[in-house]
Write a protein that binds this ligand. Structure first.
Ligand code: ATR
Length: 279
């Protein structure tokens, strides 16, 4: 008698280029789990109907991406603490009747990529996060849980960074301001969470922002280095990474939550990287 195939999906709009089905297919193969995972285009405002459809078809879980993470947050019947802090949900667990559990695995995915895959120390270090939108809100709690010396948020609109820092300052030493306040500051790790990379735009950053031996990370992943990673490279920063590892790590965290088995991420990151560069 064959085991029943468990069904999963990622929903968002646009969704055509999502790497999640390929990532979860590799995880399933690696761990010997029998499951299907599809990408479904779900426009803003229609999440509830779409999730009900997945559940009715026997679905066990849903990943949620742009622009539905806040909608998923409101839709979830209960939420993990990290989802509460993020104000957004990227993982729904459909394990019975009623509204599902909502989790957010983005921030822990970033921290695991930095610490485990890239060997970047966060405890006791000076961290800078660029941007103050939804992507940044999702990573602040897990970053502060690593007990950095300090975490500074810098944003084009300074007020948003200040407000975000106030919202998270019960979790650790976090402050916020505009880019101009960075003039005389140095950081061990700088994480770009602005949408500037997506627009191919440069950020107004002082040359000496990152210490020698420091690290630059862009939450965005792309086949070409982002303008921010280019900037870091041209200022002598040898250590850098884009967000591909974070993408695979957040997927692994969702998979673990759903299946109770943690897949190996290293081989999957390597395989996707090879596809990305066409090598
Ligand atoms: P996301 O959910 O991806 O974080 P968002 O909530 O719209 O998207 O936030 C986008 C972030 O990128 C904001 O911090 C935004 O700065 P503002 O708050 O000043 O708008 C930042 N951003 C977008 N384009 C930028 C650019 N060209 N230069 C610098 N920051 C930019």
């Amino acid at each position: 008698m064959g085991r029943q195939t468990a069904r999963y999906a990622v929903i968002g709009d646009p969704i055509g280029h999502s790497r999640s089905p390929a990532i979860h297919a590799r995880f399933a193969e690696q761990t010997g789990q029998q499951l299907s995972y599809e990408a479904i285009r779900v426009p803003a405002g229609t999440l509830a109907v779409a999730v009900a459809g997945v559940a009715a078809a026997g679905g066990c879980g849903v990943n949620v991406t742009v622009p539905l993470k806040e909608e998923a947050f409101r839709f979830a019947g209960s939420r993990t603490e990290r989802a509460e802090r993020a104000g957004a949900v990227n993982t729904l667990v459909l394990d019975g009747p009623g509204a599902p559990l909502g989790d957010n695995t983005d921030g822990v995915g970033l921290v695991r990529d930095l610490k485990i895959n890239l060997g970047v120390e966060l405890a006791g270090r000076s961290l800078l996060v660029l941007g103050a939108g939804g992507a940044v809100r999702g990573i602040l709690g897990p970053l502060l849980a690593e007990r950095p010396l300090r975490l500074v948020i810098a944003n084009r609109t300074a007020r948003k960074a200040v407000d975000l820092a106030l919202e998270f300052n019960d979790l650790g030493p976090v402050s916020g301001g505009g880019f101009e306040a960075l003039a005389d500051s140095r950081f061990d790790v700088v994480i770009n969470g602005t949408a500037a990379s997506l627009q191919g735009a440069a950020l107004p950053l002082p040359e000496t922002l990152i210490i020698d031996g420091g690290f630059a990370y862009d939450l965005v992943y792309a086949s070409e280095p982002t303008p921010f990673l280019d900037w870091a490279g041209s200022h002598g920063i040898a250590g850098s990474a884009d967000g591909l590892g974070m993408l695979v790590e957040q997927a692994a965290e969702s998979f673990t939550l759903w299946r109770g088995v943690r897949p190996q991420t290293g081989p999957v990151i390597e395989a996707l990287r090879a596809e990305n560069t066409g090598s």
